[in-house]
Design a protein around this ligand. Structure first.
Ligand code: ADP
Ligand code: MG
Length: 496
């Protein structure tokens, strides 16, 4: 494995240093297991549906009964191709399945079928924003393999059982270079990858059910030193735990080093109840697994026309969609990235624009007011009480000067609470139309000018700012119904 480390070492050359923690640089690499959304297992016809009675979805192949043979599920391969295309990877025309040998009760064959020397997906990268900074994490590979079963610890009878329903569920293990430099960057990477696999429909992304599980490899070093020894935190199945676990692990490793001890390579588990990581076993090296090509499976051959057919069926990817928003709608790269957080959100924005909204304004409302309310209520855009069509109408009324900002907020509030459903009807009912009657507005202007001679004199003496005070007074007197731009113009004319 020292060879691998040297390769990583060379690849780290010239990469920027991250934020230091107590003088240490943090290095993180991820291995993510994404369960593939096929109806049946990777090498058998048993169902992959979650939540069935134990062992009701494990057929003879999954149970490793003598004489059974694995048969490759085409749907799993197709999903691997999709991932490769989405991440800009090389989809290998020929890859090989290998046996990874180890003993564990949830693995009746005594080996896991995986890919070792030649994986199906090679290279590629994942890009995302960390705050306003663009990051790119390089991928080493993604390989196809089968999931293992599950041990059920039945505390009430003091025994453990084995459920093999999960055995043989198709997985893609997606491995990054050790490119991440902070917990925040690692979590942002995981969220982006989660977004991509669900976007292209190869994984349902349900983290609670274990459909998307991350192993975080963490090490620390003083800047300029060679890579430190890593510990691997296994099976992180929520973004919150991921953040807590990595933060804890970084602090723990620094303490060890500061106390004069060496970090030993290990596999650790995070305990959400204590917020701590604890060593589970000393880390195995690949030699321990005695990998060799599986004689029961021929090499996986993927013809170029298969890849092309899959390419033709791919949805527009978030990256391409964001680029389109920048190009066609003049949005910033950051706003475009926000709007492409999920397919549903992007769809919502597209629909609002179709309904006549100015793209930039629609984007501001969706990533601002709307996002704030969705977060507060912990709901997704799918459950937003304001439809894209309604937001489109609202934004149209802002753009055409009908609604000043605070009036627009009142309309949005009415839509959100369900007080009204039609934008124009709400404007009518709440009497929010801007003061179009220049007679009434004129009277207010004259009154404000008469009462604020100090500001008037200052403005006339060349102090531009004094005008703001006057505009504010007029807005107040109009009950917020005057259009500030119009008021400014009228005042300038009157005081000219
Ligand atoms: P294995 O397959 O034995 O777990 P690999 O060498 O393939 O080991 O690396 C697994 C993961 O660990 C990769 O995501 C890689 O980026 C990451 N990694 C390797 N070295 C380090 C290190 N020193 N610090 C943090 N992560 C590392
Ligand atoms: Mg590993």
């Amino acid at each position: 494995m020292s060879e691998t480390v040297n390769t990583f070492e060379a690849q780290q050359h010239g990469r920027p240093t991250g934020p230091l923690v107590r003088g240490y640089e943090v290095i993180i690499g991820f291995e993510t297991h994404a369960q593939l959304s096929t109806a049946s297992k990777i090498f058998s016809r048993a169902s992959t549906a979650f939540g069935a009675e134990p062992n009701t979805q494990a057929c003879a192949v999954d149970l490793a009964l003598p004489g059974t043979l694995p048969v490759m599920n085409k749907g799993a391969v197709e999903r691997a191709i999709k991932l490769g295309l989405a991440l800009g990877s090389h989809v290998a025309p020929r890859s090989v399945f290998a046996r990874k040998n180890y003993f564990y009760p949830d693995l009746p064959k005594g080996y896991q079928i995986s890919q070792f020397e030649i994986p199906v997906v090679q290279g590629g990268s994942v890009s995302f924003f960390l705050g306003e900074e663009k990051k790119t994490v390089r991928l080493v590979r993604a390989h196809l393999e089968e999931d293992a079963g599950k041990s059920l610890h039945e505390d009430f009878i003091g025994q453990s059982g084995i459920d093999l329903n999960r055995a043989g569920t198709p997985l893609l293990e997606i491995v990054t270079e050790p490119d991440m430099r902070s917990t925040a960057e690692a979590v942002a990477y995981a969220k982006e990858l989660h977004k991509i696999v669900t976007w292209i429909g190869i994984c349902d992304g349900n983290m609670q059910e274990g459909s998307f599980r991350c192993d975080a490899n963490v090490s620390v070093r003083k800047p300029g030193e060679k890579l430190g020894t890593r510990r691997e935190i296994k099976n992180l199945n929520s973004f919150k735990f991921m953040q807590q676990a990595i933060d804890y692990e970084i602090r723990w490793q620094i303490e060890e080093i500061e106390d004069g001890r060496k970090v030993e390579q290990a596999t650790v588990l995070f305990n959400p109840d204590t917020g701590e990581t604890r060593a589970m076993r000393a880390k195995e090296d690949s030699a321990d697994y005695r990998y060799f090509p599986d004689p029961d499976l021929p090499p996986l051959v993927i013809a170029a026309d298969w890849i092309e057919r899959v390419r033709g069926e791919m949805p527009e990817l978030p990256r391409a969609m964001a680029e389109r928003y920048v190009r066609d709608h003049g949005l910033s790269e950051y706003d475009a990235a926000q709007l492409t957080q999920s397919l549903a959100l992007a769809q919502y924005f597209d629909d609002a624009v179709k309904a006549g909204a100015t793209p930039k304004l629609a984007s501001n409302w969706i990533t601002g007011e709307m996002a704030r309310r969705l977060n507060a209520q912990e709901i997704g855009i799918e459950a937003a009480p304001v439809s894209a069509l309604q937001l489109g109408q609202l934004v149209k009324r802002i753009a055409d000067g009908t609604l000043p900002n605070n009036a627009a907020r009142q309309v949005f509030e009415a839509l959100w609470t369900g007080e009204g459903s039609d934008v124009d009807a709400i404007i009518e009912a709440k009497d929010l139309k801007p003061m179009a009657d220049t007679g009434a507005l004129d009277a207010i202007l004259d009154e404000v000018i008469a009462k604020n001679q100090k500001n008037v004199n200052e403005y006339r003496a060349g102090k531009e700012k004094a005008l703001n005070g006057l505009v504010g007074q007029v807005m107040k007197a109009s009950g917020g119904k005057a259009n500030p731009a119009q008021v400014t113009e009228l005042l300038k004319t009157k005081l000219g």
